[in-house]
Design a protein around this ligand. Structure first.
Ligand code: ADP
Ligand code: ASP
Ligand code: MG
Length: 814
């Protein structure tokens, strides 16, 4: 025989009740016992009505709504001739409820006893209604008021069940009604005086387990609105997935720490009788759901799930009075137990100097004042400090029996939290090692759950949330590349990049679920948020998303001012903007330090040679203990292009003009020819190679005669260049005569950096450089016979965007 329990949403609408009947029709063999919850939202509505009435608020509108919801179901699902008896039964209940609430309103008082009585109408109405509907298909259907069978003490709101007596009563009743199909009210019970009590919020699951235990059921099925017990609450973690199996202990731990899909006490009667609990989805009945049982198949997951309780408070007790005093915690916890204050979690430092425990916020003040009374003498003698309450916290717990034999579980947990800037206030690990719980700020909970989920369930894709600044050539191309590679990235790298924010100099737009890479331009255009860099950063911080990256695709100094703030918010930075790293050394150092101290990444591969692996190569050389002896490089695509075309009959003026026409130069070509941009790259390389250089430490030999440099306008510059034709022709001829070519080369050696115009012969690795390519050679302690050379296209939107893309993926991999 089976117990089938249907939760609030499963009885919450006409459609779901029809599905429920279909599920019952599939049942073969012995008639199941059906346990029902109140219709979804009804228990909350009853609480609101009762608490409102106690404050003098009118409840007629809510009562009418309650009637309407039940009557609507009766009208749709009962044949017309059967409707009247149902209306009459329900109406009696609603009249009783109205009288009761009227009493509360008059007295302006709501006792726990009355509250339970009010709440009982939720389950009583739904069960009466559904048993009548079911009777049309199952003539043996029988309504059962569980308050007659489940007997409890008088702890209203959370009554303690007398299992022995209840089981006897249930068995007796079942035997008397053999062959009947019982429809039992969940959640409610009764005390010795036949007063109604309740089993705690979510308690219908427990009702099912009590019946299951009494009747030695083969299984207890909990029908709800999700595909079983999942790795996390699917409302908080979109990537949560269903678990086929769990042990009672695992299910207990997960539900105790907030996985509301099953009420924790449910597991005990099932565990004692070894009755499997199966969690199924009413809205997807074919899905297997989750089986909770004694032994599970071996699983390779280090943890089974992550759950959380939002909105808790902690109390901190500190003082020398605790050290070595064996009775202290005994006194403390007996006191709290006596006052019925439920403790969610306890941690004690090994010095015994402090105890921290978590309670529901509603209990915090009470707990504090009880402690102050109990420990008055210790407080007076300064052996104990006044207890402190901290609010707005949450518990996050990772759970799984495999944790015991898997090293590194807590390392992974704390790494994910740390990297995302989630501060851990207290930690508790059950000695059973089935659970590690941390207390964090409630504000960080969603981020923490998702980050921890990503960290543990690596078979899923990891989501990066990117906030992108700049929609010029590089920004645009990056979005195009990301769009084209979405599937590949998920499949091969296990990474999904969501663009959570975009801004250019005019507008900005945000979407935590990811802005579409097909329509981002239209969305940005249509946004009514004006661009505001400060606001952009603030919004990025506020959204508090996990695995967050700030992508600066501008060439502006303004975003650079915010880098430190971004790092300090535990957000990684990826940028092609050279201004940050080529400013003052102190700034460069501050970025590095901030990123390191917050455990986030600062990737800027495209600062030098666009997408070519130059920065990364240098970093790997340095990181593996190698030291740079010499770096030689041509890192200006523009200048490469000019010298590669300045041969034979060509004159310098025409080649520069052509380079400009092809879009290879800055609007004023002198910005390239002066070597400033090249200098920045050499400076960044020198710094990454360990030198504390400022810009002035890089000597630049200008390749332009003074007249060209001094020209007032671009046109004047070209005129001056023309006038200097002979000078350039002379350089070229000299080079060609000796079988050499002209190259503008940056060099770092012996603590000196310089950029000079040189003539090199064919033995030099830079001799054959073609087009607008970049080249760099590293001579190091390890690569000293022949240098390590990186060469290839070092400019252009495609390769630069690809470099930014690669940096982004590297953040994802960390
Ligand atoms: P019912 O009314 O059927 O008893 P509940 O609302 O009590 O349903 O419980 C189901 C809800 O539990 C789901 O809708 C889901 O949002 C929440 N939940 C929280 N944690 C988990 C989890 N780990 N797995 C599945 N559901 C969870
Ligand atoms: N209706 C009750 C509640 O909402 C019991 C339950 O649904 O399990 O808490
Ligand atoms: Mg429930």
């Amino acid at each position: 025989m089976k117990i089938l329990k249907f939760g609030g949403t499963s009885v919450g609408s006409i459609n779901s009740i029809q599905t429920l009947l279909d599920i019952l029709k599939q049942e073969k063999g012995e008639k199941p016992v059906v346990v029902l919850s109140a219709m979804s939202g009804v228990t909350n509505l009853l609480i609101a009505m009762a608490e409102g009435a106690a404050k003098g608020n009118d409840f007629t509108a809510e009562l009418a709504e309650l009637e309407r919801r039940h009557f609507e179901v009766v009208k749709s699902l009962l044949d017309i001739q059967n409707q009247n008896p149902a209306f009459t039964r329900l109406k009696i209940h609603f009249n009783q409820l109205e009288e009761l609430l009227q009493g509360v309103l008059t007295l302006k008082e709501l006792t726990p006893k009355t509250r339970d009585l009010v709440l009982s109408f939720g389950e009583r109405c739904s069960t009466v209604m559904i048993s009548k509907i079911a009777a049309q298909h199952f003539p043996e259907a029988l309504f059962v008021d569980a308050s007659e069978l489940i007997k409890t003490d008088s702890t209203f709101g959370q009554a303690k069940v007398n299992m022995k007596l209840s089981e006897q009563l249930i068995r007796g009743f079942y035997a008397e009604n053999k062959g009947k199909m019982l429809f039992v009210t969940g959640f409610i019970a009764g005390n010795d005086e036949r007063q109604i009590t309740t089993l705690g919020r979510g308690g219908s699951d427990y009702t099912a387990a009590i019946f299951g235990s009494a009747l030695n059921a083969n299984s207890i099925e909990i029908w709800t609105d999700v595909n079983g017990m999942m790795t996390a609450d699917p409302r908080m973690v979109k990537k949560a997935f269903s678990l086929p199996e769990l042990t009672y202990t695992e299910a207990m731990e997960l539900s105790y720490f907030g996985a509301k899909v099953i009420y924790p006490p449910t597991m005990i009667p099932a565990f004692l009788k070894k009755i499997p609990i199966v969690i199924k989805n009413t809205f997807e009945p074919e899905f297997e759901g989750t089986v909770i049982q004694h032994v599970c198949k071996a699983s390779n997951l280090p943890i089974k799930g992550i759950s959380s309780i939002d909105g808790i408070s902690i109390l901190n007790l500190e003082g020398s009075g605790m050290v070595g005093k064996s009775g202290f915690s005994g006194r403390l916890f007996s006191l709290l137990a006596r006052e019925q204050i439920n403790i969610i979690l306890i941690t004690q430092s090994s010095s015994e100097h402090s105890i921290t425990f978590a309670v529901q916020p509603a209990d915090a003040e009470r707990a504090k004042s009880f402690i102050e009374q109990e420990f008055e003498l210790e407080l007076l003698a300064n052996k104990l400090e006044k207890p402190e309450i901290e609010q707005n916290l949450a518990v996050l717990a990772v759970v799984g029996e495999n944790m015991k034999q898997t090293p590194g579980v807590s390392g992974k947990l704390f790494h994910a939290l740390g990297r995302n800037g989630v501060n851990v206030r207290a930690i508790a690990q059950g000695s059973s090692e089935y659970n590690i719980s941390v207390i964090i700020s409630a504000h960080d909970l969603a981020k923490a759950l998702n980050a921890v989920h990503d960290a543990f369930f690596i078979q899923l894709t990891k989501t990066l949330h990117a906030f992108c600044l700049g929609t010029g050539n590089i920004g645009k191309t990056l979005f195009k590349q990301l769009n084209a590679h979405t599937e590949f990235l998920q499949e091969h790298n296990g990474i999904q990049v969501k663009i959570a924010g975009i801004s250019n100099t005019r507008k900005m737009v945000f979407d935590a679920d990811g802005i579409s890479l097909d329509t981002w331009e239209e969305e940005l255009q249509a946004s009514d948020e004006k661009a505001d860099l400060k606001g952009f950063i603030a919004q990025m911080k506020n959204m508090n998303l996990p695995n967050c990256v700030f992508v600066d695709n501008t060439a502006s100094p303004k975003p650079v001012e915010f880098y430190e703030e971004v790092f300090n918010s535990n957000i990684s930075v990826v940028t092609c903007n050279k201004i940050g790293n080529s400013g003052l050394y102190s700034q460069y150092k501050a970025f590095k330090d901030a990123a390191r101290s917050h455990g986030v990444d600062f990737f800027y591969e495209t600062n030098v040679g666009a997408g070519l692996p130059i920065i990364r190569t240098l970093k790997d050389l340095m990181g593996s203990g190698d030291r740079v002896q010499r770096i030689e490089a041509i890192l200006s695509g523009t200048i490469s292009f000019i010298f590669n075309n300045f041969k034979g009959d060509a004159n310098f003026h025409d080649v520069v003009k052509m380079a400009q026409e092809k879009g290879y130069t800055e609007p004023d070509p002198r910005d390239d020819l002066r070597g400033t941009d090249f200098m920045r790259k050499i400076l960044i390389l020198a710094r990454d190679a360990g030198y504390k250089f400022e810009a002035a430490d890089v000597e630049i030999e200008s390749m332009l005669p003074k007249a060209c440099l001094d020209a007032a306008t671009v046109d004047d510059f070209y005129a001056a260049l023309k006038a200097e034709d002979a000078f350039f022709a002379d350089l070229k001829n000299k080079a060609e005569a000796s079988g050499k070519v002209l190259r503008y080369i940056g060099k770092l050696e012996n603590g000196k950096a310089a950029i000079t115009l040189q003539m090199v012969d064919e033995s030099h690795p830079f001799f054959t450089l073609s087009g607008s390519d970049n080249i760099i050679s590293f001579t190091t302690d390890r690569y000293k016979e022949r240098p390590l050379v990186v060469k290839g296209p070092g400019a252009g939107a495609e390769v630069t965007a690809a470099g930014v893309f690669a940096d982004l993926i590297n953040v994802g991999a960390n």
